[in-house]
Design a protein around this ligand. Structure first.
Ligand code: SF4
Length: 346
């Protein structure tokens, strides 16, 4: 038996070619893309402007299925967390009229950052392009007739450890034949995979880059991000960041999780200022959000504001991101971790 073509793995240009190979006129490809990427419809029976015999052919030749959704949680603040049976998590964050979707690129993570629940349940595998796109389809279904405004690759996994599928998915998301989300509305967050940053820069696109920094000296960073910082210490990371900026002229956002008593002291903030001073960038402070399985403490709000003030006074471009979705275990990797640990049942 011939295997079906997994259509969510495909860029719209490839879908167009598949339709031509099925001896169909090209507008049928546009109709199929419109159902999938504008209306988030994946069931051929619902594609009512496509003739019935062609819908039957689609079912024979194409795999249009989505991974099964096994968990959907809605938080008090309106954020929605999705988990499917293969351990794929995404979070929809609603802020006023802006809908931001946070995507995962791997089931689990190899990098073992000490503050993060994502690697506590181990690493299973890279997600395929279609599995990343399926998260967008579920997110879009949730917001229609509104739009998805921003896409952030900040869910489970390290996007640059699954570079090809991450970039393939971005090309579909930003394509004007698919989800039509502008390049500057798509942010990829890395823990500091230097070859990935360099390759991402060489794409010469307008995508946003965010770097999880969290500590500005190697001794402390080795403690909380041991895998990545031993492989690519801060000097190498900053070289790559400068290359990215020179190539794209896009400001990088450096994420800094404020952990009580660990990286919020005067010396820690001075190290941060010294590291980033003169570099065109933004700093995003994120108060630590009590991830399950970690020993770190949540900082007081006043402390986070004080850190922000210190950075501002030093001329840094700084914002604070207060957590959303905490009541649905929405910190990165928590739903998957809870399910694996048997703390959530079907
Ligand atoms: S912070 Fe990112 S790289 Fe580190 S363990 Fe979590 S998902 Fe992996």
């Amino acid at each position: 038996m011939r295997t079906k073509i997994k259509i969510l793995d495909c860029h719209p240009d490839v879908i167009q070619k598949i339709i031509m190979d099925l001896k169909q006129p090209s507008f049928r490809g546009k109709q199929l893309c419109s159902w999938l990427f504008e209306k988030a419809v994946t069931d051929p029976d619902l594609m009512i402007n496509i003739p019935k015999d062609l819908r039957v052919l689609f079912k024979e030749k194409l795999d249009l299925s989505l991974p099964e959704l096994v968990e959907k949680r809605v938080c008090e603040d309106g954020s929605v967390k999705f988990l499917n049976g293969e351990g794929i998590e995404s979070v929809l964050i609603k802020a006023g009229r802006r809908n931001t979707l946070c995507l995962s690129t791997q089931a689990g993570c190899k990098f073992g950052c000490a503050f993060c629940a994502s690697s506590k349940a181990g690493f299973d595998r890279n997600l395929s392009t279609g599995e990343i796109i399926s998260q967008v389809v579920y997110g879009l279904r949730e917001v229609l007739p509104e739009k998805l405004n921003n896409i952030v690759y900040m869910g489970i996994g390290e996007p640059f450890d699954n570079f090809e599928n991450t970039v393939n998915s971005i090309e579909i998301i930003s394509s004007d034949k698919a989800f039509r989300i502008g390049q500057r509305k798509i942010t990829v967050s890395t823990c500091g995979v230097v070859p990935g940053i360099l390759k991402f820069a060489d794409l010469n696109k307008q995508y946003e880059l965010s770097v999880s920094l969290h500590c500005a000296n190697n001794i402390k960073r080795n403690k909380i991000m041991p895998v990545i910082n031993k492989r690519y210490p801060l000097s190498k990371l900053m070289e790559a960041c400068k290359y990215f900026f020179d190539k794209t002229r896009r400001y990088i956002t450096f994420e800094y999780i404020v952990i009580k008593g660990f990286n919020d002291g005067i010396k820690d903030i001075k190290d941060l200022i010294d590291l980033l001073k003169g570099f065109s960038c933004k700093i995003n402070l994120i108060p630590f959000n009590s991830a399950i399985g970690t020993a770190f403490e949540v900082p007081e709000k006043e402390k986070v504001l004080e850190v922000g003030k210190q950075l501002k006074n030093a001329g840094m471009n700084v914002t604070v991101r207060w957590s959303k979705g905490a009541d649905a275990d929405a910190a990165c990797g928590q739903l998957r971790y809870l399910r694996k640990a048997g703390k959530i049942k079907d």
